[in-house]
Ligand binder design. Structure first.
Ligand SMILES: *Cc1c(COP(=O)(O)O)cnc(C)c1O
Length: 232
């Protein structure tokens, strides 16, 4: 099977899963968009995916993102940055992608806004919420209690558009339970920012649970591209 056939088959299976999950949740299949996470895979795969109708791709490391965006400059893709952000790279990330999903602290807001200004466009921003239990060691994402303050700062900043929330289900817990907490956080955000409707949640292993909890965007890597190298 060619790589194009393999990606096409996998993509069709993921689209079927999304459609089935939407039907089970009483939602329309058009309510959920797919971002294919292409981290660790070459730009040639991104190109094949674009041919297969993929419009949104996700990356989590800046240098890899920068290289692939350049290699795919002729394609009209929307690039999502979904990885941990260093504040000294934030402006460069904002110049490179259209959506940053992993904004988890106030310190990133200024550099993201100046990167967006340099690029001459508005950057779509998602606030990443931590769903880890209190007291967990390493966590990415702002605590649920800090979401409104960070979201308010993003919404008040020129050059940034507060689009919604992003989260990853923690290890060692049923994703459905974690996504229920996420749905509560989102309801609180929508009460203050009704325009921030995007909810990016759900990956290869838990997209069904995320869609049941209201996800509007799922981020799927391995179910489309195959397994990644174990490191990173
Ligand atoms: C890698 C990654 C994904 C995709 O994970 P898969 O399990 O391969 O689908 C989604 N979201 C984030 C934040 C990631 O880093």
């Amino acid at each position: 099977m060619s790589r194009a056939d393999e990606l096409g088959t996998n993509l069709a299976a993921v689209r079927d899963r999304i459609a089935a999950a939407c039907a089970a949740a009483g939602r329309g299949a058009e309510e959920v968009s797919l971002t294919v996470v292409t981290k660790f895979f070459p730009a040639s795969d991104v190109r094949l995916l674009a041919d297969l109708g993929v419009t949104d791709v996700g990356e989590n490391r800046f240098q890899e993102t920068e290289r692939k965006v350049a290699e795919c400059a002729d394609l009209s893709l929307t690039w999502h940055f979904i990885g941990g952000l260093q504040s000294n790279k934030a402006a460069a990330v904002a110049r490179t992608v259209q959506v940053v999903e992993s904004v988890d602290r106030a310190k990133l807001v200024r550099p993201l806004a100046s990167g967006a200004e340099q690029a001459g466009r508005t950057l779509e921003v998602l606030v990443q919420v931590s769903l880890d239990p209190p007291g967990a060691g390493h966590r990415s994402g702002v605590e649920p209690a800090g979401v409104l303050e960070l979201a308010g700062l993003v919404a008040a900043t020129d050059g940034l558009r507060l689009a919604g929330l992003m989260a990853v289900a923690p290890l060692g817990e049923e994703p459905a339970a974690a996504f229920e907490r996420l749905a509560d956080v989102r309801a609180g955000l929508l009460a203050e920012h009704p325009e921030a409707t995007r909810l990016s949640a759900g990956m290869s292993g838990d997209l069904e649970q995320a869609i049941a909890a209201g996800a509007t965007h799922v981020r799927v890597g391995s179910a489309v591209l195959g397994s990644r190298p174990p490191v990173g």
